[in-house]
Design a binder for this molecule. Sequence first.
Ligand SMILES: Nc1ncnc2c1ncn2[C@@H]1O[C@H](COP(=O)(O)OP(=O)(O)OP(=O)(O)O)[C@@H](O)[C@H]1O
Length: 239
Amino acid sequence: MKPSVVEVTNLHKAFGSQQVLQGVNWNIESGKVIGLLGRNGAGKSTLLECLLGLREADVGSSRLLGEPVSGLSEAARANIGYVPQKSELFEWLTPMQLLAYFKALYPRWNHAKVEGLMQRWGFAGESAHKQISKLSGGEKQRLSIIRALAHDPKLLVLDEPVASLDPVGRRDFLQELVSDVIERDTTVVFSTHILSDLERVALDVAFLQGGKIVLQGALDELLEGKNLSLEDLFVEVTK
Ligand SMILES: Nc1ncnc2c1ncn2[C@@H]1O[C@H](COP(=O)(O)OP(=O)(O)OP(=O)(O)O)[C@@H](O)[C@H]1O
């Protein structure tokens, strides 16, 4: 069995009287690409934030790359990439300036990958030098993904990364993820509502429902012999 890159144990989180996470146990093995699914308000963002240590859980623990999230080493931090749902890019910079800024922060920076993605993902010309505040929602999202992939993280966590992307952008994104996983054994967790994308690539899925991960597995195995689509399964599991 491959080592766990994410190990979440008994995670609880409430906002006031609203119990959002109610004992999440979640192990993610190295090299997996997992789509995190759940209804609006199920707690996907909360779970991703808690497991990354960006939001304090009430109870429970999270380990990333074998280390407790409360005391991650610099080396482990440098191996994690995160794209939040609302990206907090430096809106006054241009994409080129933003990437130069982050390049200076990371010991490892894959210049060739960044160049290639900038060319292929619409930043070949003028838009690389436009103020980020003037980019479209999808362009900002693509830039956030490029930034998160640039330091070749071992663990990549993305909160609805494709929500603003057009179908071509979504396909490019998934292809990039899959090739990264195959080439470098990256582990990827991303929340999404776009089920058709998940059906196109052989991914794992995990369902968050009632504050817990209630079902997880390879999509083809979960659907095998059931004559169900992923949408049917989603409706069934999240009832
Ligand atoms: N800072 C906060 N204060 C109070 N309630 C919050 C806060 N953050 C989230 N919540 C509540 O927790 C619940 C889960 O929110 P969360 O954003 O994690 O859900 P989600 O599954 O990511 O939803 P969506 O699919 O709509 O993005 C929601 O009911 C939300 O209103």
